[in-house]
Structures are given as C-alpha cells and as structure tokens.
Design a protein around this ligand. Structure first.
Ligand code: ATP
Ligand code: MG
Length: 471
C-alpha cells in the first residue's frame, strides 16, 4: 500500500432540506424570490468529516441505519455535492451505489453496459473489448438483451457489478449492493474485490456484516448521526460499533461519548506483549502470535498446555450490562486446570460465570472463537431459544462450560462471552464481553492440515492410470 492519499475529505458537511408535508416543497418552489419564506428545515446528514484514504487501502464504513454512510459515499463519488467542505479524489471511481443509479431502465442490459462503461470513463471501443468478460461475469444469459426494468434486483446488481469491476477502477465503491446477490455470486464478487485490491486499487465498502468488514478491509470508520466517531482497525471499530448497536436506548449517548474518546492501539490486538517464558521482543506484538519462542510441552512436562500470565487480552469490550455480569472467563483442561497455551487436537473447556443482579427470563449463553484479526471461526449457544432457562432470579450465579476440541493452527485466538435474555419480548444481550479471554495454540511442526482450522482431512494417494502402459 502506498502512502499517497487518493481521497481527501476536509471539513465536509452535507445538509438536506426536510419538508414537513409534500405540499411544502411546492410552496417553496412557488414562493416569490424577493421575500422567500422557508418551508423546510435543514437536516445535517454529514457533520464536519475529515478523512484521508490512501492509495491501496480497503476501507470499511460501518454505522447504524441513517448514520450517513451512503451519503458519504455519494459525496465521494460526486453524485451528491457537499454543502460545505472539500472533497478531493485523484482517480477513476467505479461505484456500486444503491439500485437504480447508473442504469437507464428503458435500455437493454447490453445498451446499459455501453452507457455505464462510458460514464465510468471508457471509450466505446474499450467497452466493446471488455463486453464478453462483463457478460460472462454477470451471467444473466439472454436477459442481457432485455430492458433492465424487467430485471430482478439480483440480476441488476450482477450486471452493475460486472461493469464496475471491468473498467479497472482506481477506486471501487460498494454500498451494500452485494447483499442483494445470491451467495455464489457474492463469493465471486468478494474474490474479484480481493483481486482488484491486490492489484493496488482502493476499495470503499459499506457493510453491516462484521465478518465481511474484518475479513475484507484493512481499516474501518464508524459513522453515527453524520459524525465520524472512530477510525481504526476493523476489529477495533466493529467491536465499538456493536457495543453501540446493542446498547439499551437510554445509554446510546453516553456510549457515543465513550467511543469518541476511544483510541485504537494501532490495529494489532491485544495480547500484552510479554511472554513469561520467552524472550519475544516486546515492541513487536505480532510476534506474540507466532509462539516460536515457547518451550515445548514435553520440556515443561505439561502435555495439555499451561498457563502464561502474560497472555491477557487488552482489547476487551463490554456491552452495557442489563442486569447480569459475566466474570472469570477462562479456558480449562477437562480435569479443571486453567490454561491459555493449548495443544492442537486436545479437548478443553471454556468457562465463565454470570451473576444476575435482576430477574431474567429466557436465558441462554454463548461463546465465539476469533482470530487475531477478528475473523469469526466458530462458537455455540448453550441451547436453542425454545430450551432457554425460563427464569433466573436476581442473586443467582451460573457457571457456563463450553467443551470444545482445539482444531486450530498455531497462533493466538480470542473468545467472546455473552448472555442473552428476553426484554420486552425481544431476545437481547444482557451482558457481553468481546475478547473476554485469549489463548495461544502451540505450533505443530508436523502438521499436514493447512489453513486455520483442521478439518481432520485424511487422504489416500494411489496410481489411477499409467501403470498398465508402463507394464
Ligand atoms: N435526499 C435526501 N433528503 C433528505 N434526507 C436524506 C436524503 N438522503 C439521505 N437523507 C437522510 O440522511 C441521513 C443519512 O442517510 P444515509 O442514506 O446516508 O444513511 P445510511 O448510513 O446509508 O443508512 P442505511 O444503513 O440505512 O443504508 C438519514 O437520516 C436520511 O434520512
Ligand atoms: Mg445506506
């Protein structure tokens, strides 16, 4: 990634006129210029946003509904003009904004490919050369020669995305449009976005999916009520965003203030960079994950792992409590020994306690294991909703134990803990800890499995043909 800025926003504001009644819009148009009455009030959708995006960055934009994400992207793409402030964009933008933008509904798909391609800066000749690739990616068959007004929303997005990625943009902007496509198409799009990114393009991506933002982006910003609240690593930003999303209504303002003052520690979580039994350079937190400097379990005599006091998560985020408190999250061996350096293939128990300060109905518990960068690997709920605990009374404490087999590659992992209950007929978190506990899995030099999770793959290798020929 280069450090050259490709998009620069400085003190950006965007207001929309809001009319109380549809008629007021008409009155406004008809009201005489000289003593013009104002029939609207201004609604500020973006407030004083300053942001620099560097060439090659993949930026995730998250925030609640109506927080200003689409407005921000549209101002960057030039489809909306800012009310004040400066926008500088140095490159060709291909945008997938909301459905309906870009295409003329009366034209066929083929005609729109040419129309949209030329809007995005290609000559007709260049669109012609790329047409087959575009049609193949969209994969909508003979509908390519039908007017797009007859398309389903999925077909529409397929074609729009196919054009956007084939104009070799410097900047690709995607506003949740992909959630319309089916999963196979989404997978194809993400693979292509990765390729575009690897080729050095800048990608701006709005999504409500924490998993997609953490996997795809290398930076994220949180918008709320038009304000840029937070800018940092995806994992950091998403955890705060979720805290706000699940907050009880009366607490949202306090949480916004808390978040506004929060600072990212630089993106790489979170382990205290001290290994009690190693000489890892404390300046390089990434090394904490590599664990190569650890003693072997045989050397310590602790074949099922051990406890390293230096391994304490520093990225723990607690949602607002609503009558319950999670405490003492940790990993144990099945015989009850506390560990946080684990051996792949062995069984462990993730344990935490929940004390209830208020009566809670329909109670369930959950856990989730994530990678260092926040990718959600897997977890479980303690029961289905219909089997939840009908009532837990104030004053009670419950211990929750999740037994799991450690089928992970060597590295550092983080665990969430959460308690769900029903408040006003809706199931919600009454306490949740993000990065409640962490553990490290020892590296396995003889490992055949590849990737993070070991699916216990077995292989058979045999000569299938060619032996007769040689005989
Ligand atoms: N043309 C418009 N006229 C008036 N208000 C608008 C207009 N466009 C957006 N807004 C308002 O600006 C605010 C931000 O809208 P925006 O569409 O940017 O939100 P968003 O974060 O993309 O939301 P979502 O997650 O629902 O897509 C909202 O309150 C919306 O009602
Ligand atoms: Mg939007």
């Amino acid at each position: 990634m280069s450090s050259d800025p490709i998009i620069r926003l400085d003190g950006l504001n965007k207001s929309f006129p809001i009319y109380e009644k549809p008629m007021h819009r008409l009155y406004q148009m008809l009201s005489p210029q000289a003593h013009k009455q104002r029939w609207f009030r201004q609604f500020q959708a973006l407030k004083n946003i300053s942001l620099t995006i560097r060439k090659g960055e993949t930026l995730g934009v998250v925030g609640r509904n109506g927080s200003g994400k689409s407005t921000l992207l549209q101002v960057i793409c030039g489809t909306l003009t800012p009310s004040s402030g400066e926008v500088r964009v140095d490159g060709r933008i291909a945008a997938l904004l909301e459905l309906g933008s870009g295409f003329n509904p009366e034209f066929t798909g083929r005609e729109n490919v040419f129309l949209y391609g030329t809007v995005l800066g290609l000559t007709r000749q260049q669109v012609q050369e790329r047409f087959d690739d575009i049609a193949a990616f969209a994969d909508i068959g003979e509908f390519i020669d039908q007017p797009v007004k007859n398309y389903s929303s999925g077909m529409y997005v397929r074609l729009a995305f196919a054009v956007a990625i084939n104009v070799t943009p410097d900047i690709l902007v995607v506003d949740e449009a992909l959630s319309v496509g089916d999963e196979a198409f989404q997978r194809k799009c993400f693979a292509r976005i990765n390729r575009i990114r690897d080729d050095g393009a800048t990608v701006l991506f709005v999504s409500h999916s924490a998993g997609i933002v953490t996997q795809l982006c290398d930076r994220a910003v949180l918008l709320d009520r038009g304000e840029l609240l937070l800018d940092g690593s995806p994992k950091f930003v998403v955890s705060r965003y979720h805290k706000m999303l699940y907050a009880p209504p009366g607490r949202i303002d306090a949480i916004r203030d808390e978040i506004r003052n929060d600072r990212d520690d630089g993106g790489v979580p979170t382990a205290k960079p001290v290994l009690s039994m190693s000489s890892v350079n404390q300046d390089d937190e990434r090394l904490v994950a590599s664990a190569t400097a650890l003693p072997s379990p045989c050397a310590t005599g602790l074949s099922q792992g051990w406890f390293d006091e230096g391994l304490v998560p520093q990225s723990t985020v607690r949602y607002d409590k609503r009558g319950a408190t999670i405490s003492m999250p940790c990993v144990e061996t099945p015989d009850g020994r506390r560990v946080n350096v684990l051996r792949a293939g062995d069984d462990y128990v993730y344990v935490y306690r929940v004390s209830f300060q208020e009566n809670a109905v329909g109670v369930r518990f959950g856990m989730l294991i994530k990678t260092l960068t926040g990718v959600e690997l897997g977890g479980a709920a303690s029961s289905l909703p219909q089997d939840s605990l009908p009532l837990v009374e104030a004053g009670q404490t419950i211990e929750v134990r999740f037994r799991f087999r450690c089928l992970l590659d060597g590295g550092t992992y983080f665990c969430n803990a959460g308690v769900l209950a029903h408040i006003a007929e809706e199931e919600t978190y009454i306490d949740r800890l993000i990065d409640a506990a962490m553990f490290r899995v020892m590296p396995q030099p003889e490992r055949l499995a590849t990737g993070v999770i070991d699916f216990c793959v077995s292989s058979e290798v045999a000569v299938a043909s060619g032996s007769e020929a040689r005989a």
